[in-house]
Design a protein around this ligand. Structure first.
Ligand code: NI
Length: 225
């Protein structure tokens, strides 16, 4: 499952992010990497406790909470506070899988889903595609500033080398109420169909009531809250 959310942040919010990030001191990105991925990772990050990271992170979390597509696809239980990274020319992140468990302060998370929120206009850099592998092959993702991609954190993925310019992004993980990517994908498909049918036939349609019940009962059966 790979979900793209267009305009998660408005252009003025992207501009605010870029202005705040430009004033910050970036550090070596290996501070948040596990042992294996530290070898693969060549980028810069904002320290997790930087005030700008917290403030901008809250703005991003608020936008996510208002986004029906994200909520339907991720069924989030916890969202890790967003972090910020930067790839300048020559930097890249080779193929890796993210750590399964992470800490946000004292809180332990399972990383079911990973997200990248692009903060640089794609015309301003070359390379830097996020490449996610699944059973159907490789998907290269390079989105407009303000757009977000959500993908299973269990996937092999990489960031292609930057050959011109600088790519800035926010990234974070979410623990879903549904651990299984396959089950979460089924619920997402069912929810999308229910939403579309509701417009066509109205909420009171008996078959739609039945399908909505089925959705809720699958969620009850599979969720961990
Ligand atoms: Ni990663």
């Amino acid at each position: 499952m790979l979900l793209t959310v267009e305009t998660l942040l408005r252009p003025d919010q992207v501009a605010l992010c870029r202005e705040r990030l430009a004033a910050e001191t970036w550090v070596d990105g290996r501070v948040t990497a596990g042992e294996q991925s530290a070898r693969a990772k060549r980028n810069l990050q904002l320290p997790e406790d930087a005030p700008a990271a917290r403030e901008l992170g809250e703005m991003i979390l608020a936008a996510l909470g208002r986004n029906p597509a994200f909520v339907s696809a991720a069924l989030p239980l916890r969202v890790f506070p967003p972090l910020f990274n930067r790839y300048d020319a020559g930097m890249a992140f080779d193929t890796h899988v993210d750590n399964a468990i992470r800490f946000a302060g004292p809180v332990r998370f399972r990383t079911d889903l990973a997200a990248t929120l692009f903060l640089t206009d794609p015309a301003d850099y070359d390379g830097g595609e996020l490449i996610v592998e699944d059973t159907f092959g490789e998907h290269a993702v390079k989105l407009a500033a303000g757009d977000l991609v959500l993908y299973p954190a269990s996937s092999l993925h990489r960031v292609a080398p930057i050959t011109r310019g600088s790519r800035w992004a926010a990234f974070f993980w979410a623990q879903s109420m549904i651990r299984s990517d396959a089950q979460r994908g089924l619920l997402w498909t069912l929810d999308e169909a229910i939403q579309a049918l509701t417009i066509k036939v109205g909420q009171a349609d008996p078959q739609l009531v039945s399908l909505t019940g089925l959705y809720n009962n699958l969620l009850r059966m599979w969720s961990e809250v």
